[in-house]
Design a binder for this molecule. Structure first.
Ligand SMILES: NC(=O)c1ccc[n+]([C@@H]2O[C@H](COP(=O)([O-])OP(=O)(O)OC[C@H]3O[C@@H](n4cnc5c(N)ncnc54)[C@H](O)[C@@H]3O)[C@@H](O)[C@H]2O)c1
Length: 437
């Protein structure tokens, strides 16, 4: 332990980050920023080549940061997994999606653990960062890692520390977000804490791997349930002629006991629509139902349908039908100012609108074209925004409230705007063209 701490302090410890995506790359940046050498691993050769050329692969990690890491010799990416032996710590940041039946899809965690096991050597610390159900590290990873004869807690060390990254958040980047850490043994936990403390603001040690896994799930269930609650309240208040955004603004002035959540066109991203169902699946093994999660899922997945209904009604008011109408969806990303479309409600909106016979285009300054996803293949390109093109659409649907949009100008040039984010709150002119949904 003393030797580990000394090597962290002297920055001679080599950090391996496995999975260089939205979580892995910012994490690698933080360790390199703290002066530790980082070896990044990914199965995607193209990603590896781009990163090694000094360019970034995600919008909120600028190219200059990758270039600087490379120039200082603090970062290298590789697809050669045998080099895992060079790392003293391996931080695993691979995807944890759902299967088509909405059950945990553990193939990425399983395969990456098998790879780590193949090259595991004495003294290494292995940490899972992916969001998952309580029990994953001990029940799924531990047996795979021990199958070649090395014993966890004695020959190598095992910990779980969830990534709490919030892409696009300018106030909190990876290094500012305290890290919850659970270890298989006390020593595993202390080694992981010592490592993270070199690069991250603070660590919070918890008593077990499972407590750390559950903490991350709690955070995401909390968001999912509260977003569902305001989505439901939006619909109730609308019937009563009350603006939910005004109400949230007023309630938010309470200095304690209230935290604002905002309604929207549906849940998006890699985390909130997915992670709670990891717990639902695990709870079933204990004969328990997660009713809050199920109910929240029901309300949140209904939101795109609610929005489409409002688009139809707004067109109807103007003696038009959705079938044959031209619709421009503004924003494809699942939230403002990022370039991530995973689980984005905009995609579902486009599919629902198309299914009802609308001719749909989209604009997103950060997503020039759609690419094939597991369940979707829209085959679309972002349309350039001009005043003349906006006028051609029967309705402009604001799905993502990117800061780059000039909402006054958009409303001025549109026939009808359906706003799912209250993005047009500050627009003064032509308010009769705006419908909130
Ligand atoms: N994106 C977020 O905002 C966010 C925030 C907090 C937590 N998380 C969690 O972090 C985890 C990673 O999410 P992400 O958004 O970074 O995913 P991502 O898809 O952006 O990145 C994952 C990377 O892992 C690579 N990969 C897959 N299998 C591999 C393997 N066997 N060996 C090596 N590399 C492999 C992929 O090629 C990809 O580059 C998930 O569990 C997610 O729930 C994500």
């Amino acid at each position: 332990m003393a030797d580990w701490k000394r090597r962290v302090a002297e920055k001679t410890l080599r950090v391996g980050v496995l999975g260089l995506g939205y979580v892995g790359l910012p994490l690698a940046r933080e360790f390199a920023g703290a002066g530790l050498k980082v070896l990044g691993f990914d199965i995607d050769d193209q990603k590896v080549a781009i990163l090694n050329s000094g360019l970034s692969i995600i919008k909120h990690v600028p190219h200059e940061q990758v270039k600087k890491m490379r120039e200082k010799g603090l970062f290298e990416a590789t697809a050669d997994m045998s080099r895992l032996r060079e790392a003293d710590a391996v931080l695993i940041c691979v995807p944890t999606p759902l299967t088509a039946n909405r059950e945990p899809d553990m193939q990425f965690v399983e395969k990456s653990t098998q790879t780590v096991a193949r090259y595991l050597r004495k003294g290494q610390l292995i940490v899972l960062e992916s969001t998952t159900y309580p029990g994953t590290t001990r029940e799924l990873m531990l047996p795979i890692l021990e199958k070649n004869g090395l014993k966890a807690g004695r020959d190598f060390h095992l910990a779980y520390s969830p990534e709490r990254e919030d892409p696009g958040n300018k106030s909190y980047t990876t290094k500012d977000i305290p890290k919850v850490v659970g270890g298989l043994t006390n020593e595993c936990k202390e080694m992981a804490c010592a490592l993270y403390e070199a690069a991250i603001v603070r660590t919070i040690a918890v008593s077990s791997l499972e407590a750390a896994e559950a903490a991350k799930i709690l955070e995401n269930v909390y968001r999912c349930v509260n977003i569902a609650m305001v989505n439901e309240l939006k619909q109730v208040f609308e019937r009563m002629g009350i603006d939910v955004w005004e109400v949230i603004g007023a309630a938010s002035t309470k200095p304690f006991g209230y935290h604002p959540f905002y309604p929207g066109p549906g849940l998006g991203g890699h985390c909130i629509p997915i992670d709670p169902f990891y717990l639902t699946w695990k709870a079933r093994q204990y004969g328990m139902a997660t009713r809050f999660i199920e109910l929240a899922g029901e309300i949140n997945t209904g939101m795109p349908h609610y929005v489409v209904q409002h688009v139809m009604e707004a067109l109807n008011e103007r003696k038009k039908s959705l079938k044959g109408s031209k619709v421009l969806v503004l924003g494809l990303a699942y939230k403002k100012d990022i370039d991530d479309v995973r689980e984005s409600p905009s995609i579902e909106l486009i599919e629902l609108l198309r299914a009802k016979g609308a001719k749909v285009d989209y604009n997103d300054p950060y997503i020039p074209a759609t690419h094939k996803q597991r369940e979707h293949d829209l085959g679309m390109k972002s349309r350039k925004l001009t005043g003349a093109m906006l006028k051609q659409y029967d309705v402009v649907l604001i799905s993502t409230d990117h800061s780059a949009y000039d909402y006054e100008w958009i409303v001025e040039n549109s026939q009808l705007v359906v706003d799912t984010r209250n993005a047009t709150a500050g627009v003064r002119k032509n308010r009769n063209r705006i419908v909130k949904a």
